[in-house]
Design a binder for this molecule. Structure first.
Ligand code: BGC
Length: 800
């Protein structure tokens, strides 16, 4: 052990305390022994360090910090170096605010476009997500601050997020849901990782020793510390045994007592506890000893935020309307131009240092700006008067800049979406404007996929996702051609979300989320079954055009010549997909295995290279429990999107002889990719065990790991009343258009988590008594609760 001498000076109780937070955001210090507290703070697209009392989801405002575009946005830049630059800025602000761990990046895979947190995640593709996350991690850590990729793993649904069990077969898990984390840990050298709230194949991620020991430490060489998500440590002892180091936030003295008792009973060996303390201290001491302040300024960071927003804008459509010529008469329509939607709701919310709005910055551009009309209300309320005003303006101008998108309530941590559609009042506005003006440019603000059936009605579409505090001016730079759009989509836009195989059960109707579609998510599905989509993965237009030529394939990678053959300087994102026909190994039609972004002046050419790496040809062989390469011929497809393949060639790989864990004939839908029809029996073959779904029923018995939202099924009438009160508050907040984060959080919490999230006021024993009450045995539960309350109060006062 690295810190043996120090650890020998700590009592068992002191060591146990180190494994839980001292507060919402800090670890436990022992100043006399030279062990400082470290501060952890969100998050992924800007620092959220709360001023004064902290409350996890932000009732108290946080310090001002640069609000960068969210991960979903920056992913569209396909530029890891840009990600690293954001990371550097985040790390610098953390450093200067005495924050030691930045809780991000978030890189869960977008299994379904409904996930309320997709705006915080990069991609539907693990390779792309991993490369971006590794870059953020590197950038953050260059400041001596620790990055914390999250949430490991298979955390792709918000509904009942602490209760759901993500049931995933091992090959899919490794190839789709773990590969991004593998890249972030190996290439980014992340010094901490946050575990997910959910269970993974029956075991809470935070207490999954296979995940934390075998995979994270042994296979990926992770040497940092593992932190639970906030309130996500279920059984603290099992967590520590499995390889989790820190449960957050503080649980008063309860967490430490659980560990001390576990050592006494033999459930936890003191030497293993010492090892966890040692591993945690290695990071704590290293990061806390770095006191140097960063010289970077907030003004510089605003520019980084602007650059990131600009490089990430995706041009979806352009019928010779963009870029706007100087002096074009324009009208600006849409509430988002006045009050931008630039980040998502939840624990990632940043209090920006400054905030551009389109209406405030428009004067800086050489356009003949004739006026603004709000067009719609942020909530879904219809208002014909607003539409009429907008139509009047649209008639008077050459070009309309029409700002539309999703409002605050449509995507948030803690809830999943139920539709991809824009609100009806915005759709009505689009129709009305396009009827009177034939040069309409729609500018979209939304952190995730939306339905785009209306795209026929407008002549230009720019998607800015959630562009952070400088998003509006970045967008105008592109509109007037000061910059050429170069972003490409990191997720598929389907015609109809019901076509997605995961849509069969999303969010899951039970506490089990069965990933029955296997690896066929996003483009992997649509390409395999050759179903048309609205906009494919990797798609994005430019003001200029690029030609691809002269593909060369070597042992170590591909190279080709990219030429800018259009009129504008601009950047192209070149994507490498790999495909293989196989009768033994089912696989998607093609998979992304490399990409590069190249900036070329008009008329310029450059040979680009995309090297192969250990991921290029591999698949996970469950029978032999290792990554292998299937021998044979591989297609190498180089393109401008997953559908727009410009060059192709092939190569041979030697690989290893294939030994299968399944009989090919028994899983036909995995071979055809028609996973919308896959049967549970087929899935069970991949999983290697039976799946027993446990549907919710009225009056059912609830358990400690059920969620508060399940009170609706409770035996006790009083418990059901509590549910209806919570639900009523949620519905009211929805109507107001602002998510109630604290209620959303409680709604998805388990009874166990409630016992952990009250700073010791409630504990596990008390919540067990509550569950007895919820299950209809009121007086017996109340008696238990009274006793448990007294014992807990004594314990909190007396300590261990
Ligand atoms: C979120 C995490 C976040 C943590 C701390 C949780 O609710 O899931 O992503 O880092 O809160 O705010």
């Amino acid at each position: 052990m690295k810190h043996q001498q120090l650890i020998e000076q700590l009592s068992l109780t002191q060591k146990a305390f180190l494994m839980s937070g001292a507060s919402t955001w800090e670890t436990v210090p022992y100043e006399a022994l030279g062990i400082p507290a470290i501060f952890l703070a969100d998050g992924p697209h800007g620092l959220r360090k709360q001023e004064g009392a902290s409350d996890h989801l932000g009732l108290n405002a946080s310090l001002k910090a640069t609000c960068f575009p969210t991960a979903a946005t920056v992913a569209n830049s396909w530029d890891p170096e840009l990600g690293a630059e954001i990371g550097r800025s985040l790390g610098a602000e953390a450093r200067n605010n005495n924050v030691h761990v930045v809780l991000g990046p978030g890189l869960n895979i977008k299994r379904h476009p409904f996930c309320g947190r997709n705006f915080e995640y990069f991609s539907e593709d693990p390779y792309q997500a991993g490369k971006m996350a590794a870059a953020y991690t590197r950038g953050i850590q260059e400041n001596g601050v620790v990055a914390c990729p999250k949430h490991l793993a298979a955390n792709s649904q918000e509904t009942r997020r602490m209760t759901t069990d993500s049931i995933v077969d091992e090959r899919t898990l490794r190839e789709i849901y773990l590969t991004g984390f593998e890249i972030a840990v190996k290439e980014g050298q992340a010094k901490s990782v946050m575990t997910a709230y959910n269970r993974l194949n029956g075991v809470y991620a935070n207490e999954d020793d296979w995940l934390l020991q075998e995979v994270l430490v042994k296979e990926w060489g992770f040497d940092g510390f593992v932190v639970s998500d906030w309130g996500g440590s279920n059984d603290h002892v099992m967590g520590v045994v499995a390889g989790s180091h820190l449960e957050m936030p503080t649980t008063g003295v309860n967490g430490a007592k659980e560990l001390v008792d576990a050592v006494a009973s033999g459930r936890l060996s003191e030497s293993l506890l010492d090892q966890r303390v040692d591993e945690l201290l290695s990071v704590v001491l290293a990061t806390a000893s770095n006191k140097e302040r960063s010289q970077r300024t907030l003004e510089e960071h605003h520019e980084v935020a602007k650059k990131a927003a600009r490089e990430s804008i995706v041009l979806l459509k352009n019928q010779e309307v963009l870029p706007l010529k100087a002096k074009t008469t324009i009208g600006i329509i849409g509430d988002f131009a006045e009050t931008p939607r630039y980040q998502g709701a939840g624990s990632s919310v940043v209090n920006p240092t400054q905030l551009d709005t389109t209406l405030e910055v428009i004067g800086a551009y050489d356009l003949d700006y004739r006026g603004f009309a709000k067009g719609y209300h942020r909530s879904f309320k219809e208002d014909q008067k607003l539409i009429d005003e907008a139509v009047t303006l649209a008639k008077q101008v050459d070009t309309v800049l029409l700002y539309v998108g999703l409002d605050e309530i449509s995507e948030s941590e803690g809830l999943d979406r139920t539709t991809l559609s824009l609100p009806d009042n915005q759709l009505a506005l689009i129709k009305a404007i396009s009827a009177v003006n034939s040069k309409v440019v729609a500018i979209i603000s939304a952190g995730s996929v939306i339905d785009m059936a209306w795209d026929e009605e407008v002549q230009g579409i720019l998607h800015g996702y959630l562009g952070g505090q400088a998003g509006p001016s970045a967008m105008l730079d592109v509109i007037v051609g000061q910059a050429t759009p170069s972003g490409k989509l990191s997720e598929t836009y389907p015609h109809d979300y019901r076509e997605l195989p995961a849509a069969r059960d999303y969010p899951s109707a039970t506490n089990q989320t069965v990933y029955q579609e296997g690896p066929y998510i996003g483009y992997r599905y649509f390409e395999t079954v050759q179903k048309a989509v609205k906009y494919p993965f990797g798609y994005g237009l430019s003001y200029t055009q690029f030609a691809y030529a002269d593909l060369e394939i070597s042992q170590t990678g591909i190279s080709c010549l990219i030429s800018n053959v259009g009129q504008y300087d601009g950047a192209e994102i070149v994507q490498l997909y790999v495909a293989k026909e196989s009768e033994l190994i089912y696989r998607p039609e093609k998979e992304l295995k490399g990409f590069t972004k190249v900036f070329l002046k008009a008329g310029e050419s450059q040979r680009i290279e995309i090297p192969f790496d250990d991921k290029t040809f591999r698949y996970y062989n469950v029978a032999s429990q290792e990554w292998q390469v299937e021998p044979g011929e591989y297609q190498l497809l180089v393109g401008a999107s997953v559908q727009d393949i410009r060059l192709s060639g092939s190569c041979q790989q030697k690989g290893q002889e294939v030994v299968l864990s399944y009989d090919v004939a028994t899983i036909p839908h995995y071979f055809s990719g028609q996973v919308a029809q896959v049967t549970m029996a087929e899935f069970e073959i991949l999983l290697g065990k039976e799946v027993r779904l446990l549907p919710f029923t009225k009056g059912q018995e609830l358990f400690m790991n059920d969620s508060i939202s399940q009170l609706v099924y409770a035996k006790s009438g009083a418990a059901r009343v509590v549910y209806h009160i919570l639900n009523g508050i949620l519905k009211r907040s929805e109507k107001k258009g602002k998510p109630n984060l604290n209620i959303l959080f409680i709604y998805n919490m388990t009874f166990t988590a409630v016992g952990k999230m009250t700073n010791g006021m409630a504990n596990h024993e008390m919540m067990e008594a509550v569950v007895v009450m919820v299950n209809g045995r009121f007086w017996s539960g109340a008696g238990q609760l009274f006793g448990a309350f007294r014992r807990n109060r004594k314990l909190q006062k007396r300590g261990i």
